[in-house]
Design a protein around this ligand. Structure first.
Ligand SMILES: [Zn+2]
Length: 164
């Protein structure tokens, strides 16, 4: 259990780092707003990081992406812009998730664009380790490939069955 607690701490640190980045961004935006009184709070970049689909909102520069993992190991990734307006799935050329259980090789789950063209979807084999790490990788239509490692504990629904 100690190991699990450590992984949880890593998750908190990672999320805190994201929070700090958004806080700094917000300070910058606030001073810009003073110069531009016509701006409305809803249009401020990095003002809104709340999930729309029950997932975890991550960001790469001014691109946000919400990663959803459910109890059946179905994955979904939704891209949004700086003010969280939806981007088409084609904002990315490729998305995949690598699940690395503790001490075992990674399993890579390629995602495909959903028929609606609004997000990416894929299905894994099930996560059997509370200490697994998910690496979410995407290749943007413009810009360099990006990846981020997040402990699976960031998606409580994905590991709910392991905690019984
Ligand atoms: Zn942001």
């Amino acid at each position: 259990m100690k190991r699990l607690a450590n992984v949880g701490a890593v998750a908190v640190v990672a999320l805190a780092a994201l929070g700090l980045r958004s806080y700094v961004a917000r300070l910058t935006v606030t001073s810009a707003t003073n110069a531009l009184p016509t701006s409305t709070p809803s249009a401020l970049a990095h003002y809104d990081h709340s999930p729309r689909h029950g997932g975890l909102v991550l960001m790469n520069g001014d691109t946000h992406f919400e990663v959803v993992v459910d109890a059946d190991s179905r994955y979904a990734v939704y891209f949004t812009d700086a003010v969280r307006a939806p981007l088409p799935a084609s904002a990315a050329l490729e998305v995949h998730v690598a699940v690395t259980p503790n001490g075992r090789p990674a399993r890579i789950i390629p995602l495909q664009i959903d028929p609606t063209g609004t997000h990416w979807i894929g299905r894994g084999e099930g996560i059997d380790d509370l200490n697994a790490v998910l690496r979410i990788t995407y290749v943007p239509a413009v810009g360099a490939p990006y990846w981020i490692d997040v402990p699976v504990s960031a998606w409580p629904r994905a590991i709910a069955s392991l905690r019984k």
